[in-house]
Design a protein around this ligand. Structure first.
Ligand SMILES: C[C@@]1(CC(=O)O)c2cc3[nH]c(cc4nc(cc5[nH]c(cc(n2)[C@H]1CCC(=O)O)[C@@](C)(CC(=O)O)[C@@H]5CCC(=O)O)C(CC(=O)O)=C4CCC(=O)O)c(CCC(=O)O)c3CC(=O)O
Ligand SMILES: NC(=O)C1=CN([C@@H]2O[C@H](COP(=O)(O)OP(=O)(O)OC[C@H]3O[C@@H](n4cnc5c(N)ncnc54)[C@H](O)[C@@H]3O)[C@@H](O)[C@H]2O)C=CC1
Length: 213
């Protein structure tokens, strides 16, 4: 069973072997996470060529055939040739990298989930590599269910969390507060875009706590 983590990749070196559609999807996500990306492929999609021209990625413009892959934190093997992906994976692992194979979820050290982002809120779906199409389908359902209001809500909660720490010294009291503050009614109001009414309810919950010993 896989162990879920959220990696911080800023400034980390990552390599993507292959320059097709799958490589492009992985590179997009890596650049969003501010990783330093090297693509190893003689051919690149036009989007990847644009990123290269803009200096956002580096390229080894060669077919991969066993060259050492040292200094990479993550390595993505995304060519359309299984034996090339296997060779790159084995070489990268030897150098200590974590490896993702686009054509072999079970043989990968990690797989990429479908994701919905709402500010700092991140919802992800994995099927353990069994059905990416189902991951996508569930991602679409989540995107519909959890709109942009959740990003705003999280920002509000972040500020409130600081406030609550000063009002309630005891962690048990804080836990009880959050159960009350995150009730279904507030979430429904937010979903309907009724931010002022939601804020009133949050304030009510805060003032209720304020008078607790
Ligand atoms: C194991 C994994 C390895 C990995 O980490 O890459 C893997 C493997 C494979 N994917 C295949 C196919 C497709 N993958 C997608 C899309 C996505 N694939 C992603 C992840 C993963 N794909 C990992 C497991 C995820 C999980 O646990 O569910 C997503 C979630 C994330 C991302 O890549 O960014 C992204 C969703 C983006 C979104 O949310 O829209 C589509 C397009 C679509 O559906 O739109 C298709 C075509 C439809 C289909 O075949 O389902 C094939 C067969 C290739 C063939 O037949 O030649 C393999 C190989 C195999 O079968 O193992
Ligand atoms: N994980 C996923 O989400 C998905 C995985 N796949 C798998 O990923 C593979 C790649 O898919 P696409 O990007 O759509 O294929 P593609 O055919 O568009 O791209 C393949 C890329 O690999 C490069 N390449 C070939 N030999 C190479 C070598 N020796 N060294 C470096 N680069 C080399 C090609 O130049 C090309 O840029 C598919 O064969 C399939 O098995 C396919 C769809 C989704």
């Amino acid at each position: 069973m896989a162990y879920p983590v959220n990696l911080h990749l800023e400034g980390r070196h990552c390599a993507v072997i292959g320059g097709g559609g799958v490589a492009e999807r992985k590179v997009r996500a890596l650049l969003e996470a501010k990783a330093r990306v090297t693509v190893i492929s003689p051919v690149l999609t036009s989007w990847l060529q644009d990123r290269l021209a803009a200096g956002h990625i580096m390229q080894w413009a060669i077919p991969y055939s066993g060259q050492p892959l040292t200094g990479y934190f993550l390595v993505f093997c995304t060519t359309n040739r299984r034996e090339v992906n296997r060779l790159a994976a084995a070489t990268a692992r030897q150098a200590g990298a974590l490896v993702n194979l686009a054509d072999d979820g079970e043989g990968s050290d990690f797989t990429i989930p479908s994701q919905v982002r709402r500010g700092d809120l991140l919802l992800t779906v994995s099927t353990g590599g069994k059905s990416p199409a189902l991951s996508r389908r569930l991602r679409e359902e989540l995107a519909e269910r959890y709109g942009s209001e959740y990003g705003l809500y999280l920002e509000r909660l972040t500020a409130l969390r600081e406030e609550i720490k000063t009002v309630l010294a005891d962690s048990k009291d804080r836990e009880a507060f959050w159960r009350q503050a995150l009730d279904e009614e507030i979430l429904t109001l937010l979903k309907q875009g009724r931010f002022e009414e939601a804020e009133e309810k949050i304030q009510h919950a805060v003032s209720c706590c304020g008078i607790k010993p």
